[in-house]
Design a protein around this ligand. Sequence first.
Ligand SMILES: Nc1ncnc2c1ncn2[C@@H]1O[C@H](COP(=O)(O)OP(=O)(O)OP(=O)(O)O)[C@@H](O)[C@H]1O
Length: 330
Amino acid sequence: MAALAPPVAAIRVAVRRALADLPPGGPVLVACSGGADSLALAAATAFVAPRTGRTAGLVTIDHGLQEGSAQRAAAVATWAREVGLAPVESVRVEVAGRPGGPEAAAREARYRALAEVAHRLGAAALLTGHTRDDQAETVLLALARGAGPRGLAGMPARRDLDGVPLLRPLLEVGREQTRTACAVLGLSPWEDPHNADPSYARARVRADLLPALVRALGPGVLDNLARTARLVAADNAVLDGLAAAALADVRHPDGGLAVRGLADLPAAVRGRVLHAWARELGAPPAALSHRHVTALDALVTGWRGQGAAHLPGGLRVLRRDGRLAAIVPR
Ligand SMILES: Nc1ncnc2c1ncn2[C@@H]1O[C@H](COP(=O)(O)OP(=O)(O)OP(=O)(O)O)[C@@H](O)[C@H]1O
């Protein structure tokens, strides 16, 4: 038998590792757009899952945003059934009319639909095809907007999606490898026109910046950016743990936070405490920015009798009687 092409083997190894950490249970579901990354992931999962005592299915979402999207979804579903993935679901979502532009709206609708399908099918996990190159792009975009460690950590290999583990097994696999794997396996991936649309910053990073970085700094730069994300994520986990303990320490029985306790904390921990508290109060995470946390911090470390700090979601936070107190809109 001919030796397996290295990219096919590397992707199977990555999937095997990701599945090894899962407790036994329902099917794992690959979220597959039909693009090279998630197609290579689905092919590898179809191979690995039965050999590790699991069932594996596939979900493809049709956002209805492009001509031929329904046919693409149908073709992905047909292929998935042919390679033995089951259950297979093709879900049409309604995207029009949501705020934040069509990309953000499509993403939000997609994750909501993926979570719904995963719950309905009792899935053990959802798998997405994000690669090392996606991670490198994420890190660069975070650097460019002046993000802190939370942004520089990029995408986690595992996170919770409404109670279902969302796994990204390919975060250390290059995009070139998923393309080669598809070619070796005779698969024809779908090319998302958005990925080449220069009106998106991510598309410009992909088309211009990453190739320029590789030319200037060598091919290892993508692996190095992904490693930076992993190192920062590990440090974040420690700081988040310290912040959770500190939040419990400074919490007053009335729900406010003790200013003196906050002031004694190192700035990096205090920022995380304030961020976590704001989220607890109901501030939408996507809208909660560095500026909001800085305004909360100023109530602790830059106190000059100022008024309330305003948070997204209509929340206000005042300093009174030595505590930060939240006023939550009705
Ligand atoms: N239409 C789709 N149907 C099912 N899964 C999808 C679809 N589009 C994307 N995905 C999943 O999401 C992964 C990432 O795709 P893409 O980079 O286009 O999305 P994204 O919006 O950047 O995702 P994220 O916001 O999580 O970074 C794909 O590899 C695939 O697993």
